[in-house]
Design a protein around this ligand. Sequence first.
Ligand code: ADP
Ligand code: MG
Length: 248
Amino acid sequence: MAIVKLENVSKHYRLGEQDVKAVSDVSLAIEPGVFLAIAGPSGSGKSTLLNIIGCIDTPSSGKVVVEGKDVSGQTPDQLADLRARTIGFIFQTFNLLPVLSAAENVEYPLLQFPELGQDERNARVARYLKMVGLSKYADHRPNQLSGGQRQRVAIARALATHSRIVLADEPTANLDRKTGEEILRLMKKINRRYHTTFIFSTHDRRVMNMADRLVRIEDGRITQLGVRSEDGWVFVQDQTRGEEAPEV
Ligand code: ADP
Ligand code: MG
């Protein structure tokens, strides 16, 4: 069963007299455990789509189903809980809290779960900082860390809540090429080992080519769905109106 399903999802913004269609009639079913890139030029709707999948934005029309739950049927409290327990976010600008250490940044989202005591929180912080190779930097503040290290803290923070889905909006855009590739490789290693579903956006071809599923978007519409084979991308199809959304 798909871990995320979008059915005819659209998002329109009203800008003065203009109606901006950020996402237009997108249907998509995402298999659990994939390493999926949403690729498209700036302004094509990548962030809007990720925010809708992550339930931090709601569509103007259409249906969003996450882990079998129709998101539109949820109360704000249920939605916040679904988000907190199911979905982790990684951002282009890292979005760490500057006054907190690396360890405290990873611990921060755990504080919302009353069932997690201090010992369990400490254990998770240690485990996930180790996973991203930052055990020695636990007490460093973000401004004492490099860009790549900051993004590793953000990855640890996204995983610490035991998210089954990690959404990453252009996670390498503020990193140099080598560091960006290291971050992608780390995400892929975690994806392979723990079967966490990763959905990340990019406008960079090299980053796109590290994915095993590809959703290409232009002007808010899916133009291609690709599945990685040994010989490169196999394009499942271009989206055709009215057809059942293929699973990628
Ligand atoms: P991307 O992440 O691919 O660069 P976005 O999802 O940020 O694209 O934006 C898609 C389109 O929607 C763009 O034309 C953008 O200007 C527009 N848009 C995004 N957010 C808003 C908003 N809050 N109000 C008005 N227009 C918006
Ligand atoms: Mg964006």
